[in-house]
Design a protein around this ligand. Structure first.
Ligand code: ADP
Length: 607
C-alpha cells in the first residue's frame, strides 16, 4: 500500500469512527434525555399533587370559620373591645391548629379588625386590604383567592377568603386565611430538579433558584406590569424579565436559563394548576444526560477501538499467514520449476551424451575400418617389401649358382675337374645360404603355444655371447648380472634367438664406432626380471621407434637385413608373457630391455 492510499484509508477510518461516535452519542443522549424528560414529567405530577393538596386543605377553611357565631356577632355588631379581643384569640388559636400563616378578618371596607397576629409588631390589624382581589371577590359572594407577597409581612402567601354575613344575610366583612408557601419552596430545594411556579402573568413567584424569583417569562407588556402593580401582588418588588432561550434537542424542547452558576440548559415539564391559575414547571438539567451520553459514547468508542484493534491484529495475522503460505507455495513452485528445469537439462544432456556416444561409436567404427584398411595396406606393403627382399636374397645366389654351374660344365668339358669341383662347392654354399633364408622364414611362422619352462637367464646370456662371438670380436662387452637372479619363464632356444637378434642389431649399430661397446645388466622388479642390452651406437630415431617391430621393417641395405629380427623377437617375448622394450640412453645408444616373468618353481629344463 502506498503512503497516499494508507493516508486515505486512515482518514476514512477516522471519519467513520467520528461518525459512529456521533451517532452513538446522539442515540444515547436521546435515550437519556427522553428518560430525564419522563422523570421531569413524573416530578411535575408529584409536585402539582403536593402543591394542590397543600392549598386544597385550606380551601374550605374561610367558609367554615365565617360561620362562627362569635365572628358574625362581631362583624354585624358594635365591635366591642372585649369581643375583638376574644376573636383575636380565637383566630390565633385556629391559626395554630390549621398551621396556616395568618387568619384575619376585615370589615366591609377592607379594614382589618382582628387577626391571628394581633399582638405582633407588624400586625395586620388596622391594615386596609380592599385592593386585594380576594377581598372584592369574597365581598361579592365568591370565594376569594389570590397569591401575593404580603405587603405587611413581605412573606409570600396564598390567600383564601370568604364573606362573613350579618344576621340579615348581608356580607358585612371578609375572613381571609393566608397559606405560607415558603416551606413548600424550601422542601423543593432539597430535590435535584429545579421547580418554579409562575402566575398568570408569567412571573415566577416560587423557585428553587432564588435568581429567577419575580422575573417574568412572558414578555412584560405595560399592560401586564400595570395589572401586577394594581394588585400589589409583589408589594414593592420590581418585576423584571427572565432572560431565557428556547431550542430543541433530540426533538425535545430545551430551555436555556441563567442562574448564579451561569447559563444552563433544562428539559422542561410544565402544567397549569387550575386551582390557582398557576403554571408549575419542573426543569431537569441536560448536563447529566450529556455527561452520560459522553460516557456511553466514550465506552462504545473504547469498545469499538478495542474491537477494531483486535480486528486489525487478526487481519494482520491472517495477512501474514496468507503471505507466508503464498511464499511457501511460491518457493515450492520455484523448487518444482527448478527440478523440472534440471530434469529437462538432464534429459537434454542425456540425449546429448547418447548422441555423443553414438557419434563416438560411429567414429570408432570408422577408425576401425580405417585401421583395418591401413593394416591391409600395411600388409600389402610389407608383402611387397618382403617379396623384394626375398627375390633379391634368392635371385642373387640363384644367378651366382647358375654362373658356377655353367662354368663347372665348361670346366668338366675341358677336363679341369678340380676347378669344376671348386665351382660345385660354391654352388653348395649358395644352396646352404638359401636354406638358411628358408629356415629364417620358417621361424616367422613359429609355434607360439610351446610350453614355457624355467630358464637360467645368466646361462642364456653366456651362451648367446658365445654363439655371437664371431660378430662381437672387435666389441667390448660388459656383463653385469646379479648372482641370485631367479629363474625366468621362457623357452631356452627362443630366448637364445631373441638375445642373438638384439646382439646382432647392436653389433650392426656399432659398425663404424671407434670404441664399440655393449653393456648387459639385469635387475629384478617385483615378479619381473629386466635385462638391459645397451649399445653405444646412434640409437633408434624417434620417427621409426614405433615401427621397428613391424615385420620386414628395416633400415639396412637390401641383402643385409630382412627386417624380421625384432618382429620375431617381440612376438617371442610376448609368448613368454614378457615384453621387449626399446629406449634411447640419455648418454647415447639404444637400450633394448627384455622383460621376463620370474618362474615360481625352479627347475632345470631344456627345450
Ligand atoms: P634388420 O636387422 O634385418 O634390419 P630388425 O627387425 O632386427 O631387422 O631391425 C629393424 C630395424 O631396427 C633395423 O633396420 C634398424 O634400423 C633398427 N635397429 C635395430 N636394432 C638397433 C640398434 N641396436 N641400434 C639402432 N637401430 C637399431
Amino acid at each position: 500500500m502506498g503512503m497516499r492510499v494508507r493516508g486515505l484509508v486512515g482518514g476514512l477510518g477516522v471519519l467513520a469512527f467520528a461518525l459512529v461516535a456521533w451517532v452513538v452519542s446522539s442515540m444515547v443522549l436521546g435515550t437519556y434525555l427522553r428518560h430525564d424528560q419522563q422523570r421531569a414529567e413524573a416530578t411535575l405530577q408529584l409536585t402539582m399533587q403536593a402543591l394542590d393538596g397543600h392549598l386544597r386543605r385550606f380551601q374550605a377553611v374561610p367558609d367554615l370559620l365565617a360561620d362562627d357565631p362569635g365572628l358574625r356577632a362581631l362583624i354585624g355588631g358594635s365591635r366591642r373591645a372585649d369581643q375583638v379581643a376574644a376573636i383575636n384569640r380565637w383566630l390565633e388559636g385556629r391559626n395554630v391548629l390549621l398551621e396556616s400563616s395568618e387568619i384575619y378578618v376585615m370589615d366591609a371596607t377592607g379594614l382589618t379588625i382582628a387577626a391571628s397576629n394581633h399582638d405582633a409588631r407588624d400586625s395586620f390589624v388596622g391594615q386596609d386590604f380592599s385592593f386585594r382581589p380576594y377581598f372584592t371577590e369574597a365581598m361579592n359572594g365568591g370565594r376569594g383567592r389570590f397569591y401575593a407577597l404580603g405587603t405587611t409581612s413581605g412573606v409570600r402567601g396564598y390567600y383564601f377568603a370568604s364573606a362573613v354575613y350579618d344576621r340579615g344575610g348581608r356580607a358585612a366583612g371578609v375572613i381571609a386565611v393566608k397559606v405560607d408557601l415558603d416551606a413548600i419552596e424550601a422542601e423543593w430545594r432539597r430535590q435535584s430538579e429545579a421547580i418554579l411556579v409562575t402566575d398568570p402573568e408569567g412571573v415566577v413567584f416560587l423557585s428553587t433558584e432564588p435568581e429567577w424569583l419575580y422575573q417574568g417569562f412572558l414578555p412584560l407588556t405595560p399592560d401586564r406590569l400595570a395589572r401586577t402593580a394594581a394588585l400589589r401582588r409583589y408589594a414593592g418588588m420590581t418585576v423584571g424579565a427572565l432572560a431565557h432561550e428556547r431550542s430543541t434537542l433530540q426533538g425535545l424542547a430545551v430551555l436555556h436559563l441563567s442562574n448564579a452558576d451561569g447559563r444552563r440548559s433544562y428539559l422542561q415539564a410544565k402544567a397549569l394548576m387550575p386551582l390557582a391559575g398557576w403554571t408549575v414547571q419542573v426543569l431537569m438539567e441536560t448536563g447529566s444526560a450529556r455527561a452520560q451520553a459522553r460516557l456511553a459514547s466514550a465506552a462504545v468508542l473504547l469498545g469499538l477501538g478495542i474491537a477494531v484493534g483486535a480486528l486489525v491484529i487478526w487481519a494482520q495475522r491472517r495477512f501474514r499467514l496468507a503471505e507466508r503460505i503464498a511464499a511457501q507455495e511460491h518457493a515450492k513452485a520455484e523448487l518444482e520449476r527448478r527440478v523440472e528445469m534440471r530434469t529437462a537439462d538432464l534429459a537434454r544432456m542425456n540425449a546429448q551424451i547418447q548422441d555423443e556416444v553414438a557419434e563416438r561409436r560411429a567414429t570408432e567404427a570408422a577408425l576401425r575400418r580405417t585401421q583395418a584398411d591401413l593394416v591391409q595396406a600395411g600388409k600389402l606393403a610389407a608383402l611387397g617389401q618382403m617379396s623384394a627382399a626375398l627375390s633379391h636374397e634368392i635371385n642373387q645366389p640363384l644367378a651366382a649358382a647358375r654362373n658356377y654351374a655353367d662354368s663347372a660344365a665348361i670346366l668338366i668339358d675341358r677336363g679341369e675337374t678340380a676347378k669344376a669341383r671348386e665351382n660345385v662347392g660354391q654352388i653348395v654354399a649358395l644352396i646352404d645360404r638359401m636354406a638358411a633364408i628358408a629356415q629364417h622364414l620358417r621361424n616367422v611362422a613359429r609355434k607360439p603355444d610351446a610350453p614355457l619352462k624355467t630358464v637360467d637367464l645368466a646361462a642364456a646370456v653366456a651362451e648367446a655371447l658365445a654363439l655371437a662371438e664371431p660378430r662381437l670380436a672387435k666389441i667390448t662387452v660388459a656383463v653385469d648380472l646379479p648372482a641370485d637372479l631367479p629363474g625366468v619363464l621362457g623357452g631356452p632356444v627362443r630366448l637364445q634367438q631373441v638375445l642373438g637378434n638384439v646382439l646382432s642389431n647392436a653389433a650392426d649399430a656399432l659398425e663404424d664406432r671407434v670404441f664399440p661397446r655393449i653393456e648387459i645388466a639385469a635387475r629384478v622388479e617385483g615378479d619381473r626380471v629386466l635385462l638391459d642390452i645397451r649399445d653405444f651406437g646412434p640409437g633408434v630415431a624417434a620417427a621409426i621407434a614405433d615401427r621397428i617391430y613391424d615385420p620386414f621393417f628395416t633400415t639396412k641395405r637390401v641383402g643385409s637385413g630382412l627386417g624380421l629380427g625384432l618382429s620375431i623377437s617381440y612376438n617371442i617375448m610376448k609368448d613368454f608373457g614378457g615384453d621387449l622394450r626399446v629406449a634411447n640412453h640419455p648418454q647415447g645408444g639404444a637400450v633394448f630391455t627384455l622383460v621376463l616373468r620370474v618362474a615360481r618353481a625352479r627347475g632345470m629344463a631344456a627345450e
